[in-house]
Design a protein around this ligand. Sequence first.
Ligand code: AMP
Length: 218
Amino acid sequence: MNAIIFGPPGSGKGTYASILEKKLGPVKISTGDIIREEIEKNTELGKKFKDYYDRGELVPDEMVIEALKKRISESDCVEKGFILDGYPRTIPQAEALSKITTIHVIINLNVPDWIIIERLSSRRTCKKCGTNFNIKYLKPKIEGICDKCDGELYQRDDDKPEVIKERIRVYQKQTRPVLEYYKGKMQFVEFECSDPGIPPEENVEKILVELKKLGFYK
Ligand code: AMP
């Protein structure tokens, strides 16, 4: 199964994609993680990404398309399929994707703005493995430490209030139209999330029921 998990920043895409990867097998690919890794390593590409990232803007299409192409051609993705988290975010990215692979289903997360703001401002991320926690809703067992790898938790620069607003604006303007592009072209799983207190595993079970109905899961 090749899927896209789609939704605004803070809708839970990354967390749900990680659980789906464990349960179903397709590899989670997060373009945000790829970009953060380049910035962290201070590579030539990372230096180009940094300014866009810090402002909450999208990095230029050509750069992210190249990075994505490289990742989905790797053997694990070819063998197991993949779940895209954070890609495509523009129509040109969606068009480029359709030239290199087939997407079978879109899991669309519908989440009200107040939950997004609440979630992003209390999100903490592991420096080592990228796992997300939340100091209100998804607390780590030990404060400031990742449950999975003992890495240090930090607040992403783009999870600060002034940048959050810009990311939501960018989503509405550039990324939401991608949904229209896909309407009628493939299967959709629509998922409503109006309670930030529901554990992600519970929400993923509901998504799995829908994927099962469509025949993507036995
Ligand atoms: P995310 O972790 O998916 O919220 O992405 C964090 C940031 O990385 C975004 O605000 C963008 O600056 C950049 N980014 C991630 N994915 C993309 C993409 N598909 N196109 C352009 N920029 C992206």
